[in-house]
Design a binder for this molecule. Structure first.
Ligand code: NAP
Length: 534
């Protein structure tokens, strides 16, 4: 039989923003690279999440690549927050500009990756029957890329159309004249609901947990603002590295919520509300560490909800009371709460009585039956670990990644996993990734991975892997940092709480981008402390 195995220096799984930049970097180092992508185009999150209203919750001038100055100077964002179509256009522009597609195999899912410790080689197989080997394996599989479909009795018998926000049909969906039901009120739903309500005959929202949402105050980006930003682009990027979340606009607050009078605090929140976006969370130092401080911001937002929603009962249902503000991803919206004033929108609480079953064209909640034509599942993702665990990754010495992570993810810096040589994660668990400006964190990790691979090459080394103790210490540190905040108080996807049976461990690193980058720098200056080279 002819061996059709293809051999590369590196294989990258995923052609989202992480995989694309990784390919570009490794190619620049003279390596042969193959990227596998399950979609038929680049863009990752922005390829899959095409639901109405989908847009980034970080401003486009910041949420973009910084690695190439000509790219950031040439590209013109048209809106304050990038829309999904514009972000996808940007991803395609980058792919064209850097001629990335020739090394990407689309419509192909990596099924397994097995390491051979004797040859120090990874062998990958794909769902199209392909096999490839590489010394370096980079998982650019994304943090929110494995859609979670709820296990509701009878869901398979639903006779209408069903859509998951993270698997939205490319051709779009027309809801004209349709009775639509949507399950979920997270960031995706909060963006989709106002748009679907505009079109549909009727929309029923099934809400399990009310969410905090802040107006985005979205709008066009005028040329003057854009050009002023571009003039200072590098300065602004540098400033972002010095902030907790890698967002230049949101620097470190300097005072406690109780250093100021009630009136002053109210004014500050009002100003943040007018600014929109995540600004509110950056008003005071203790909003994410003190329940009392947090409650001042939470109550401020609840008051805005009560002012906006005309029906007091509906307003009260929409007021989040079971988690501190900011401990679940703060949603950004355009007229979300206002939508509940429409005659064609109904809110159904499914906290006390969950969705009992779905049958033919109905959603049943206890004794109440709701007839619908279309069902939207805005039910989120198996976040942070789902995509990597979906691949059968074996290290050749008796361990697989899913088993290694059975009690929750364990990584060193969110970058590598002990026992899995030459395998790298881009913004993996226990890195700031999802708690930061993602593209900034992606670029940081890609640069670290490129430096490690360059070191192997320069020093004629075979492999790099984190020491088990270094990993244990990093995991403990991650947990300590999280436990010093309010984050673990919410049953969030950060905690794995949205997936039945998933270990409840706070997954992102919340010590901040500035601290994380300083730690990485210190590790490098100390001979890549915690990494073992062979
Ligand atoms: P999500 O935040 O996990 O929200 C899922 C929603 O579905 C929650 O309201 C959840 O309720 C509900 N749900 C799940 N299973 C259910 C069931 N069986 N019955 C009733 N309700 C159920 O997912 P997402 O909205 O897709 O957002 C995920 C993350 O993606 C966001 O946090 C954000 O980081 C990112 N995102 C960003 C943007 C943006 O940049 N603007 C937009 C969309 C998404 P519970 O809360 O009770 O579990």
């Amino acid at each position: 039989m002819v061996d059709t195995t293809e051999n590369f220096d590196a294989v990258v799984v995923g052609a989202g923003f992480g995989g694309m930049y990784m390919l570009h970097r490794l190619r620049g180092m003279g390596l042969t690279v193959r990227v596998y992508e399950r979609g038929d185009g680049v863009g990752g999150t922005w390829y899959w999440n095409r639901y109405p209203g989908a847009r980034c919750d970080l401003e486009s001038m910041e949420y973009s690549y910084s690695f190439d100055d000509d790219l950031q100077q040439d590209w013109n964002w048209s809106e304050k927050y990038g829309t999904q179509p514009e972000l996808l256009k940007y991803a395609n522009h980058v792919a064209d500009r850097f001629d990335l597609r020739r090394d990407i195999v689309f419509d192909t899912k990596v099924v397994s990756a097995h390491h051979d410790p004797d040859r120090n080689i990874w062998t990958l197989t794909t769902d199209t029957g392909g096999t490839a080997t590489a010394r370096q394996l980079i998982l650019a599989t994304g943090n929110l890329s494995t859609p979670q479909l709820p296990k509701i009795e009878g869901i398979a018998n639903f006779t209408g159309r069903t859509f998951h926000t993270g698997l939205w049909p490319r051709e779009g969906v027309n809801f004209n004249g349709r009775r639509v039901g949507i399950i979920g009120t997270g960031s995706s739903a909060v963006q989709a609901i106002p748009q679907v309500a505009e079109q549909a005959l009727h929309l029923t929202v099934f809400q399990r947990t009310a969410n905090f949402s802040i107006p985005a105050h979205h709008g066009p980006l005028d040329a003057i603002t854009r050009e002023a930003h571009k003039e200072k682009y590098n300065e602004i990027r540098e400033a972002a590295y010095q902030t907790p979340f890698g967002i230049a606009k949101y620097g470190s607050p300097t005072q406690s919520a109780f250093d100021v009078s009630d009136e002053e605090r109210q004014k500050t929140y009002e100003q943040a509300w007018k600014t929109g976006g995540q600004a509110l969370l950056f008003c005071y130092t203790d909003l994410l560490t003190s329940r009392k401080a947090n409650e001042t911001a939470a109550e401020f937002v609840r008051q805005r909800i009560r002012e906006t929603v005309k029906d007091p009962e509906v307003a009260e249902l929409l007021c989040p009371k079971d988690h501190p503000i900011g401990t679940k991803r703060l949603c950004l919206d355009s007229f979300y709460f206002e939508t509940y004033n429409r005659d064609n929108v109904r809110l159904v609480d499914v906290k006390e009585t969950p969705v009992t079953k779905i049958d033919k064209n109905t959603v049943v909640v206890g004794d109440n039956v709701f007839e619908i034509d279309d069902l939207i599942l805005a039910t989120g993702f198996d976040a942070m670990t789902g995509a990597a665990k979906d691949i059968d990754i074996q290290n050749g010495t008796g361990e697989n990644l899913a088993g290694h992570w059975a009690q929750g993810p364990q990584t060193y810096l969110g970058l590598m996993v002990a026992g899995f040589p030459n395998m790298y994660l881009i913004t993996g668990p226990q890195s700031p990734g999802v708690k930061s400006q993602m593209i900034l964190s992606i670029e940081h990790h890609v640069d670290l991975i490129a430096r490690l691979i360059q070191k192997l090459h320069d020093e004629d080394l075979n492999s790099v892997v984190p020491a088990a103790l270094a990993q244990d210490n990093w995991v403990s540190h991650n947990n300590e940092v999280a436990n010093s905040t309010l984050y673990p108080a919410a049953a969030s996807w950060y905690m794995g709480a949205n997936i039945p049976g998933k270990p409840r461990i706070f997954m992102p690193y919340v010590g901040g981008v500035k601290q994380y980058r300083a730690t990485c720098q210190d590790i490098i200056e100390n001979g890549w402390r915690g990494f073992e080279f062979e």
